[in-house]
Design a protein around this ligand. Structure first.
Ligand code: PLP
Length: 347
């Protein structure tokens, strides 16, 4: 049986989104985002975020991040992000391409969270014209290690940004998981904390495709539709992207799905905490559990058909839960961990 904790994008389309897709499929609609589904989804984003932001829809997260960063930077600028940031490690240089050459400057901080001190040291390192001029900071919420920036942490970063006139971008591929875990209004951890532009993920939350880009500073959105079009990110049948997003938002599925995934990860964490040989890499705060496992255990679990990534350093396993994860399968996974640990200790 194929079973996985590899990624939340292995999961399919949730039923609410399927239903909206079916409804959007009835009859004709105007193309290129001129349709009602797109209008309604954008309006609902404005309502949920309690502000009159500009909203755009693209196919995937790499495009959302890269196009958004492209509006913040010119080719001679630099973007500060954590060394584990998706924009740095998993987008094949797309942010550099879409900014026409802006350089990523990688910073540090515990648990995949960029520290204000790290941002400051990258900015103040040089101030001559031979250094790519720092222009933006990119944060991921929830982070690549499944942790969360608190409101206080976001505000501390915003202060550094204000001091050095830096724009703030948020990669929210798992933004729903952050909101569900923190139990905050979306506005609190975005524009009220100084975020200028948010990439809001749909794919890992229950859509087939689609991410939204929200510009809280509307001036930044000037001509953005042209950038999307030129990048091949303007869907002609936009309703199939925006109706999915509307399905998540209007039914509340975005938060229910995220809360379920978070609960499953919390349960998995509790079960794995019973094994003193296993060490957590980061505290579980959203829908992922990051844990150090002996290589032989990883091998044995994979032989039993479990799929998960181990790209987090030596032996670190990433176990992601999704909207459709089940407690039963988590129990079976933990049972396999138990059996294999016992077997490995004997041999
Ligand atoms: C999944 C993910 C994305 C989006 O990736 P695409 O494959 O381009 O859709 C962006 N940022 C983070 C942190 C992610 O985990």
């Amino acid at each position: 049986m194929f079973e996985q904790f590899a990624s939340d994008n292995y999961a399919g389309i949730c039923s609410e989104v399927m239903e909206y897709l079916a409804r959007a499929n009835a009859g004709y609609a105007k193309a290129y985002g001129e349709d009602d589904w797109t209008q309604r989804a954008a309006d609902l984003f404005r309502e949920i975020f309690e502000t009159d932001c500009e909203v755009f829809f693209v196919f995937n997260g790499t495009a959302a991040n890269s196009l958004a960063l492209g509006t913040l930077c010119r080719s001679y600028h630099s973007i500060i992000c954590h060394e584990l940031a998706h924009v740095e490690t998993d987008e094949c240089g797309a942010p550099e391409r879409f900014t026409h050459g802006a350089k990523m400057l990688v910073g540090q901080g515990p648990q995949a969270k960029l520290s204000p001190a790290s941002i400051e040291s990258l900015v103040t390192k040089r101030c001559d014209l031979h250094y790519p001029k720092p222009k933006a900071v990119s944060l991921t919420q929830a982070t690549e290690l499944g942790t969360l920036y608190s409101i206080e942490e976001l505000q501390a970063i915003r202060e550094v940004c204000d001091r050095y006139q830096l724009r703030l971008h948020m990669d929210g591929a798992r933004f729903a998981n952050a909101v569900a875990a923190m139990k905050v209004c979306p506005a609190e951890i975005t524009w009220r904390s100084g975020v200028d532009v948010l990439c809001f993920g749909g794919t890992k939350n229950g859509t087939a495709i689609g991410e939204a880009i929200l510009f809280f500073d509307r001036a930044l959105a000037e001509d953005f539709e042209y950038h999307c079009k030129q990048a091949g990110q303007l869907a002609s049948k936009m309703r199939y992207v925006s109706a999915q997003m509307l399905g998540l938002l209007e039914t509340g599925a975005w938060l229910n799905n995220a809360a379920h995934a978070n609960r499953c990860a919390a349960y998995l964490e509790t079960q794995l905490a019973d094994f003193p040989e296993l060490r957590f890499i980061a505290p579980r705060q959203a829908n992922g559990v990051f844990i150090d496992m002996p290589p032989l255990l990883i091998e044995a679990l994979r032989e039993k058909g479990w799929h998960f990534y181990t790209f987090i350093g030596e032996g670190g396993a990433r176990l992601m839960c999704a909207w459709n994860s089940t407690f039963e399968r988590i129990d079976e996974f933990v049972q396999d961990v138990k059996t294999e640990m016992a077997r490995l200790q004997v041999s």
